[in-house]
Design a protein around this ligand. Structure first.
Ligand SMILES: [Zn+2]
Length: 307
């Protein structure tokens, strides 16, 4: 059962239940219940029954859902989009034109799942569910600067490459709330824990550019896809930008002197634990996944640049 709360006017946060950091591969999704109803993120396929149950509890007729809006193609954000699209034939799936090529193509989806298995283990497919392909005619294509009208509000589209080349963020014009996907990273407010947005295939310099682009929008709220909602926007965004710079410096220097993954993880922990209520040891132990995603993301990027 998911945890549901209204975090802004007619915006509902639907969080996977359980220990947040240990649940890192699962995603918080958001229902925007305006004249046109939109679901931002779908989480993995295994989350779909919980999401449908949550929408039912809120009293929304799921068959009237207008848009499914994954911020990017990673299985923990868009994994359930294909399954939902099959169940909801009237609903459009919103995506960047290049993301459509991924979400519509079974062989590309299989490659994504193989990458997911490398990080989350051989049984990732069983634990998090299959990604089903989506027919191209089901998509509503959007680009940077575009807008999705929902009736009482619009969602402004912001292209934020870096974590993933086709990553999109969405700014709600009514609440000035930002659906940030993985563009900033993850934020678990109870322990004040931040998780960098780097993953295999990410570009740390584009991540920084995108964070600056989001800071210029001056949002009032940030809706995190890993974690929840925060109103301490300026402080949190500054922290993500500072962390992204420091972490990239640390990993680059570590790779130059031949440090191994464990040593790199340890050095990153010193930066990431600053301001958190967790000790570094607790932080590193709390989610073995995210540190391997982070270290591997930087390692792959800098190795490519060094060749
Ligand atoms: Zn991602």
């Amino acid at each position: 059962m998911a945890l549901i709360s209204e975090v802004a006017e007619r915006i509902y946060e639907i969080k996977p239940e359980g220990k947040e950091l240990e649940n890192f591969p699962l995603c918080t999704v958001y229902l925007i219940a305006d004249d046109n109803t939109a679901l931002v993120e779908t989480g993995c396929s295994v989350q779909v029954p919980d999401i449908l149950e949550a929408l039912g509890k809120l009293g929304y007729d799921i068959r009237k859902l207008s848009y499914i809006i994954p911020t990017h193609v990673h299985p923990d954000h868009a994994g359930g989009a294909g399954l939902l699209a099959r169940q909801l034939p009237q609903t459009k799936v919103v995506a960047h034109s290049r993301a459509v090529k991924v979400l519509a193509d079974p062989s590309t989806l299989e490659r994504l799942m193989q990458g997911f298995k490398q990080v989350f283990g051989d049984d990732a497919r069983e634990r998090f569910g299959e990604m089903l392909p989506i027919a191209e005619e089901r998509f509503l294509l959007v680009e940077d600067g575009g807008s999705i009208p929902l009736g009482g509000r619009d969602l402004k589209v912001i292209h934020t490459p870096g974590h993933d080349p086709n990553h999109l963020c969405f700014l709600d014009t009514k609440s000035r709330g930002l659906f940030c996907g993985d563009a900033l990273g993850g934020y678990f407010s109870e322990a004040e824990v931040t998780i960098p947005s780097i993953a295999p295939g990410s570009d740390p310099f584009l991540i920084l550019q995108s964070i600056d682009k989001l800071r210029e929008l001056d949002p009032a709220i940030v809706f995190f896809s890993h974690g929840g909602t925060t109103w301490e926007v300026a402080k949190i965004m500054r922290k993500f930008a500072d962390n992204a710079r420091q972490c990239a410096d640390i990993v680059l220097k570590a790779l130059k002197v031949g440090e191994d993954r464990e040593e790199i993880a340890n050095s990153l922990g010193d930066v990431l634990v600053k301001g958190s209520t967790l000790t570094k040891e607790d932080y590193l132990a709390s989610s073995p996944y995210f540190i391997s995603v982070t270290v591997e993301g930087y390692r792959q990027y800098f190795k490519k640049k060094m060749i």
